[in-house]
Design a binder for this molecule. Sequence first.
Ligand code: SIN
Length: 290
Amino acid sequence: MKAETRSDYQFINVTPYAAMVGAEVTDIDLSRPISGEVREELLRAHGEFGVLFFHDQTLSPDQHIDFAEAIGHINVNRFFKAVDTHPRIAEVRKDPDQKTNIGSRWHTDHSYDQEPALGSILYAHEVPQQGGDTLFASMYAAHDALSDGMKKMLGSMRAVHTSRRNFGKQAYGNIKDATDVGSRLGNVDAATQDSVHPVLITHPVTGRKALYVNDTFTVKFEGWTEEESKPLLDYLYAHAVQPEFTCRFKWRKGSIAFWDNRCTWHKALNDYDGQMRLMHRITLEGTALS
Ligand code: SIN
């Protein structure tokens, strides 16, 4: 049975995509200006569902920027290659001869920043015939399924996040074939961000609690060593990606995913060697988390 369109959204059509995360928004043309009511409902749905999917959109890079600016303020990623003509848009690209892709480990964008990104808007320019789907996981669901004892303990803890490990010099030592990364990632000297955030945050729009550590950027719990932190972090990473908490988005050319970095993780599948995948990503500024 098809999920029902939600009746509590008046200005946009929102249909849940999976039980715990994601919704599809239909009958909207994002190349055109959006009204204040539509913006407000998009942001409400974004916080509620964690990721919004749109299909069959035709956006020039300027229109992609216009949509992003209608929603919030653009935060330029320091490490991804930018689109040549549009420095505020990051290119997420894998050529047919490349083996590695960008974003293949579960993560949430920019958690190494003091004020982590609110969300990202990824637009599909070219997609493989098969493969290249993106997985999303609900960190509300991950939080809610923890025991009361674990919630109590984590509720008083904070965790350290860094850009150094993933984007600094050491990252390239860890990649088997650093030349395969080519010019897609760079600016290693700018990988100096460290931040500390609560392990459980309260989402600023929904007021719901979400788990806020991730396998890519979180290093340890504040006041703990990395060795002490690892077993509990590994437990949380496995807990958070139970299939029930996830959805899998199949892209078409012209699809958009607009995800909320505060209550979801995502992971780009790398199962399309020999084919091209080209996406444009704009990330939006967020606020400090508490
Ligand atoms: C990303 O992590 O921003 C990329 C996600 C994707 O390519 O599906």
